[in-house]
Design a protein around this ligand. Structure first.
Ligand code: HEM
Length: 119
């Protein structure tokens, strides 16, 4: 993803990539989401923290499908045979739902801080 999208690479703190702390935070968030999929209000504080960090680093709605493609491919690679069509279809749908939650919340934060480019 970073090779194909250098502009995304620039949004990240590369030391947190190198020491594995950012990938670990992403994996923890994805796991937390899966564990609470039937109780999404429990994720509110996690969503708030991540959404504010995304706004600080200028994440845009258009970037969600790009990150999603790499994330889903990485899951497929790690899961191997367990990544059945059904499992991957469920994760694709789950990623889309979570993306919408972030996009909506981040839109509100951009708007309230008058950083919104489309309002
Ligand atoms: C559902 C999808 C996503 C999830 C679950 C997710 C999760 C996270 C988490 C857990 C963090 C760390 C927050 C902290 O500082 O504690 C983070 C930070 C970040 N995310 Fe996301 N993210 C998602 C989508 C995206 C997208 C689409 C982009 C677009 C480029 C993005 C870019 C970033 C950046 C730049 C940071 C800051 C990293 C740093 O400090 O180096 N994320 N995200």
């Amino acid at each position: 993803m970073f090779q194909n999208h250098p502009e995304i690479r620039e949004q990240f703190d590369m030391s947190a990539q190198a020491d594995g702390s950012q990938p670990a935070r992403l994996a923890t968030a994805v796991y937390g989401y899966a564990a609470q999929i039937d109780n999404l209000p429990a994720l509110k504080s996690m969503v708030e923290k991540i959404a504010h960090r995304h706004v600080q680093t200028h994440v845009t709605p258009e970037q969600y499908p790009i990150v999603g493609e790499s994330l889903l491919q990485a899951m497929k690679d790690v899961l191997g045979k367990a990544a059945t069509e059904e499992v991957m279809a469920a994760w694709t749908e789950a990623y889309q739902v979570l993306s919408e939650v972030f996009i909506n919340r981040e839109h509100d934060i951009y708007r309230d801080s008058q950083l919104c480019k489309v309002c």
